[in-house]
Ligand binder design. Structure first.
Ligand code: TXE
Length: 478
């Protein structure tokens, strides 16, 4: 029987106005299920329920919130294999990567269960005699959550968990192509002892349901991860109505490889960062900037490594790279491969769709030798496609690394303390990696970027408190 993923509004599972298929990108002949997309009126009902439930939830004991989040985290961790399987079928990352992501989502709920009990405040001496000054943090209210498809459990987790921990109500809109993971998360949350309306899931399109979250004045804050054009559109609308907003958008993350690097390690770091999770990570190392002295050897070794990678069904054992997540993303990837060729970038490896046992969106890992001005070296592609760029020396590599509109993550492979230290200081990015892939972060520390990559306070770790709370300064004369 086809599984049907429904939305969750005001403590009830609801049917949608429209139905659509939930595809399995590894095997288009066996879809994951179907989903019921809600309409704008249903999204407004979810916002209404959240607005009604939030004041009481914001005043609950932090222990009650901690217990609810801990329950969710424990269940996700206990069921990580099963949830990982669903994720692998729906989004297409390999089973090992998917189980890892499910575990990460569980850990995030556990982390914020603890944070619910550690909401910070301050007491300062007043400049006036006899007066006390207290600074406290209160929930921001109703939080709208708009999530992308590339981390369908972890990204919703790192938005839902802090929203609830700090006493907010949440209305969560997942990306259209991953309704199953969203439903699975909501199903667990529906049994966590939350009062009706505190958490709502609205499955539907960005244009209708996402837009309803932006338009509705009962939404007090909006957190978004997705593409630059959508994010910038939301930012303009948020500014027009004074909506608190946080945006995590694209990246074109550089990985610098210096001549003094351990080349075998650098190749592993580059291949992991650029191609794992099918390159569909905002922190992917899509620009490999390699010092001239080792450039050719590096390219040859990356080529040998790519030739050994197995592309295939996300659930099959031994597969290193799953399918591209959707036909639309495949189209984007292929069109960029065409752009690269037309611009005169040299296609070194891959570049073609693969026909495998099952019909799916399979793309060979692709590497171009590019010039810094090529579009494939400047624009986010979001697939298993990387550009290698030659640098004369460290200074040139740093200049190339920073020559981008984005600033999410930047990496360097070097054995030199001097260059590593200089790079950490001068890379224009929110996150810097030394001898590590640009993708792959810890859950308990801030995540986010600079320049066109991000807007607003950082996500994750205790820095999440900035977005999900509002500060009150109280003066008392006893
Ligand atoms: O993103 P969108 P898509 C980039 C990546 C990818 C491209 C397209 O380059 O190829 O974006 O992916 C919702 N009002 N990234 O189409 O459209 C939408 O329903 C309100 C990078 O998935 O930005 C989904 O829930 N909401 C990124 C979410 O926004 C709207 C991760 C993201 O969709 C909306 C994902 C609207 N008008 C994609 N339109 C990263 N770097 O992490 C859409 N949405």
């Amino acid at each position: 029987m086809t599984q049907r993923f429904r939305s969750y509004i005001d403590g009830q599972w609801v049917e949608g106005a429209d139905s659509a298929q939930d595809e399995n990108p590894s095997d288009l002949a066996s879809p994951v299920g179907e989903y019921a997309a809600v309409d704008a009126a249903q999204a407004q009902a979810a916002i209404e329920a959240a607005a009604r439930a939030q004041p009481a939830w914001g005043l609950t004991s932090p222990q009650q919130r901690a217990d609810a989040l801990d329950f969710v985290g424990s269940e996700i961790l206990a069921r990580k294999e099963e949830l990982g399987r669903l994720l692998a079928r729906e989004e297409g990352k390999t089973l090992a990567e998917s189980i890892g992501e499910a575990a990460r989502a569980g850990q995030i709920f556990k982390f914020f269960a603890g944070e619910a009990l550690r909401i910070p405040g301050e007491k300062l001496a007043s400049t006036r005699p006899g007066v006390d000054v207290e600074i406290t943090r209160e929930p921001v209210g109703v939080v709208g959550i708009i999530a992308p498809w590339n981390f369908p459990l972890a990204i919703p987790a790192w938005k839902i968990a802090p929203a609830l921990a700090y006493g907010n109500a949440a209305v969560f809109k997942p990306a259209e192509i991953v309704p199953g993971c969203a439903w699975a998360l909501a199903e667990i949350l529906s049994r966590a002892g939350l009062p009706a309306g505190v958490f709502n899931l609205v499955i539907g399109s960005g244009r209708v349901v996402g837009q309803a979250l932006v338009d509705d004045r009962r939404v007090d804050a909006l957190t978004f991860t997705g593409s630059v054009p959508t994010g910038n559109g939301l930012l303009r609308q948020a500014a027009a109505r004074g909506l608190k907003i946080q945006l995590e958008m694209g990246g074109k993350n550089p990985l610098v490889v210096l001549a003094d690097a351990d080349l075998d390690k650098a190749v592993e770091i580059a291949v992991n960062g650029a191609y794992f999770s099918t390159g569909q990570r905002c922190t992917a190392s899509s620009r490999l900037i390699v010092e001239s002295a080792v450039h050719d050897e590096f390219v040859a070794r990356v080529g040998r490594r790519l030739a050994a990678l197995k592309v295939g069904d996300a659930l099959e054992s031994g597969v290193d790279i799953g399918p591209v997540a959707s036909a639309e993303q495949m189209q984007t990837n292929l069109s960029y491969i065409g752009v690269g060729r037309d611009e005169g970038a040299e296609l070194l490896y891959g570049g073609e769709e693969l026909e495998l046992r099952t019909r799916g969106h399979y793309l060979a890992p692709t590497l171009f030798a590019a010039q810094p001005q090529h579009r494939i070296a400047r624009e986010e592609i979001f697939g298993p496609v990387a550009a290698v760029i030659r640098a004369d020396d460290y200074d040139h590599a740093l200049q190339l690394a920073n020559d981008t509109e984005f600033g999410l993550c930047a990496g360097i492979c070097t054995t030199s303390l001097k260059y590593a230290t200089h790079f950490k200081r001068h890379a224009q990015a929110g996150m810097v990696m030394v001898n590590l892939p640009t993708a792959g972060v810890d859950p308990h520390v801030p995540f986010g970027g600079r320049k066109a990559s991000s807007y607003g306070p950082r996500e994750q770790g205790r820095y999440a408190v900035e977005f999900y709370t509002t500060v009150k300064t109280a003066y008392t004369l006893a």
